[in-house]
Design a protein around this ligand. Sequence first.
Ligand SMILES: [Zn+2]
Length: 294
Amino acid sequence: MLKRYADVVETRIPIRGVDGVCLNLKVPGKRPRVIINSSNPRLRRRFTEAHELGHIVIPWHMGTIVDHLDPEHVESSDDYWVFEEEANQFAAELLMPLPWLGDLIESTANLSTAHKRICERCEVSALAASRRLGSLLPENIVFVCQKDNEVEFSGRTRGTLAHAPSWRTPFDTTSFAYATKHYVSTLDTRRLHWWILPDQVDEVSNDPRPWREILDAIVENIGVDVEDRKRFKMSVNGVLSAANSAMKQHGPHTAASVTAACMQRFHDRDDLRSFAAHPNFMDFVIKRATELTQ
Ligand SMILES: [Zn+2]
């Protein structure tokens, strides 16, 4: 496909992190020339080819563009990153066409299966497939690609409050235990995890105590030192207000949505892990959410 528009050479590019180079873009009388780094894995080269085709067909991409894998090693203009994003978008749409993806998403409730199918059918890397799939899904979804008990990469859909686990950290099998769905499948040596997180938790608390009492009891129960309690309760309050204002801004601002937002925010925080794991955590959150939305 690319060969119809350019002279293509595959060769080992000895500069670290260079995926490809595109020369003579929109130069009158010259045919564009593309160099693909042959030392990259096959799926990566395939994506780079589609990316270079993007540079060739997008009218305002001109001159010579060197494609770097690693943004930190490049000093370049803002335009460069705009062009890169545009070429990546072009490549993603070319390799993973929207009509096919739309059908796939509609017919496959299991997001991990959908992810795997995109990798296999479209011959793209698990990372490229996850980005494309993630960009088309609604909020409150998180994914992790697990390899050798590590998070190889991760992400979340736009508007999701919870953070995805950091790349190249140990994979925690208890991640997102509060999710409403957890889908997993195996792709070669990788495990593809997708979680759907709650966006509405419509529960009531049967605990007769007011929230202040519940909070004091939890803080004491989980063994926070007396002199640290004030500071600890301030961070709890900070997380609560963040969840509440997120729902105020992006609504709906109801007790059920604020409760769900709190679950996503609190489970994100390593320092509040035992707080969120306490049996009365939900009682506290529900009471606070109810009060904040009255
Ligand atoms: Zn590029």
